[in-house]
Write a protein that binds this ligand. Structure first.
Ligand SMILES: *Cc1c(COP(=O)(O)O)cnc(C)c1O
Length: 421
């Protein structure tokens, strides 16, 4: 099969994008053309170890043979029919997701943001169906991230994402994560829903505490407000559990998933309890692509591998102590690392300085890690990663941290991205 990426150079790719693609991403100047397991290969044939999985998406690693065969088979059979008709896969994937979550029904869409958008609309619909039309407000967490469309953006904290686009959905109140007093003060008889990430991902890998989860449950049962758990990053095996909500004892009425679910094929889903589902009428919401055969086929393969004995979730539980001990070791050896936070295979290293120079130094050594919230190195490795691959990655991260520390003590701030030369 011909691959157009081999007939062009790295610089030509970057130059053509610079001219024609809307400039929204400060991309790292690397062009990946292939993947295999936890490795990428770039356009110049250089190999990289991937500890980010395309921000938690390539959950089964790159080019997984079973997933690849299933996608190819589905593509040659039937990709899309629209939601005007039945097909064989939506019910199958929905059954698996309801079994995992304990919730009753699933709405399929194409991204995490769309799943959040649907959750916010379903919460509003629940109250309007019950005639409580004044109950429209939302409570969200400081440092929270839920997406960039108007609804999802309205409950996303980062001012610099929000401010250029106002006015947004009105009536959102903000609470610091894990602040029970502020939560109790913010929720009123006009709150439609409280939305939280059980582990704040973009905000710097910050888990909610069991005490805060219990306060969320209490406020929901006291006031009737609906709890939305955004598990797009923290859910589906990432922590070694199906949902981090379960770990901390949070009992959400709505759960959003995305990222890992399609193993790279775009799919999102909103899971809802029956008492909410029963207030939503035919035609209230919808999407053309949502739950198409290709995406559902990929999700089915992922969900089969997630819970199989020796599958993804078992692997996460097995390797979690290796990555945790390795990261704690880095924190002890490197003054630049101020704190280590996370669980399973989602980790943040809070640095005493900017994260970008460490990401660049790692990349120059063939290691892919992320930066978030300016000072946090974020790791979201593929859920198939082995202990040896973790040790290899952390050894490279160790070197990258040392290089940045040396540069800082000698007065060179670093931060220039240079790849492989
Ligand atoms: C990534 C993310 C989203 C947005 O998902 P997209 O697929 O980018 O639309 C929403 N919420 C959380 C917690 C996320 O991590």
């Amino acid at each position: 099969m011909s691959n157009p990426s081999v007939t062009i150079t790295r610089d030509a790719v970057i130059d053509r994008e610079a001219r024609h693609v809307l400039q929204l991403y400060r991309r790292t100047p690397v062009v990946f053309v292939r993947g295999q397991g936890v490795r990428y290969v770039d356009i110049d044939g250089r190999s990289y170890l991937d500890l980010l999985s395309g921000i938690g998406v390539a959950s089964m690693g790159h080019a997984h043979p079973v997933l690849g065969d299933a996608i190819a088979d589905q593509a040659r059979t039937l990709v899309h029919t629209s939601n005007l008709y039945f097909h064989t896969l939506q019910g199958d994937v929905a059954e698996r997701l309801t079994a995992l979550s304990g919730l009753d029904r699933v709405f399929f869409c194409n991204s995490g943001t769309e799943a959040v958008e649907a959750a916010l609309k379903f919460a509003r619909r629940y109250w309007s169906s019950r005639g409580e039309t004044r109950r429209t407000r939302f409570v969200a967490l400081e440092r929270g991230f839920h997406g960039r469309t108007f609804g999802a953006l309205s409950v996303t904290a980062e001012p610099h994402y929000r401010e250029p686009f106002g006015p947004l959905v009105p009536g959102v109140s903000w609470v610091p994560a894990n602040d029970v007093g502020a939560l109790d003060a913010a929720v009123s008889d006009r709150t439609a829903a409280v939305i939280v990430e059980p582990i704040q991902g973009e905000g710097g890998v910050r888990p909610l505490t069991p005490a805060f989860a219990s306060a969320l449950n209490d406020v929901a049962s006291r006031t009737g407000t609906l709890l939305i758990a955004d598990e797009i990053q923290s859910g589906l095996g990432r922590t070694g559990e199906a949902f981090f909500s379960h770990t901390i004892g949070l009992r959400p009425a709505l759960v959003t998933v995305g990222k890992a679910l399609g193993g790279g094929v775009a799919i999102g889903a909103t899971l809802v309890a029956e008492r909410i589902a029963s207030t939503i009428a035919m035609g209230d919401h919808g999407t053309t692509y949502g739950g198409n055969l290709l995406a559902c086929r990929a999700a089915r393969v992922f969900l089969e591998h997630l819970t199989a004995p020796g599958g993804l979730q078992d692997n996460v539980r097995e390797v979690a102590p290796v990555i945790e001990a390795g990261l704690q070791g880095l924190a002890r050896r490197h003054p630049l690392v101020a704190e280590v936070r996370g669980r399973g295979l989602i980790w943040g290293l809070e640095l005493a300085g900017e994260a970008a120079p460490v990401v660049s130094a790692a990349l120059a050594r063939g290691l892919v890690v992320g930066a978030t919230a300016r000072t946090v190195i974020r790791l979201l490795p593929p859920l198939v990663i082995t202990p040896d691959e973790i040790r290899e990655g952390l050894a490279l991260l160790d070197e990258a941290l040392s290089e940045v520390e040396r540069a800082e003590t000698s007065g060179h701030a670093g931060g220039d991205v240079s790849v492989g030369h």
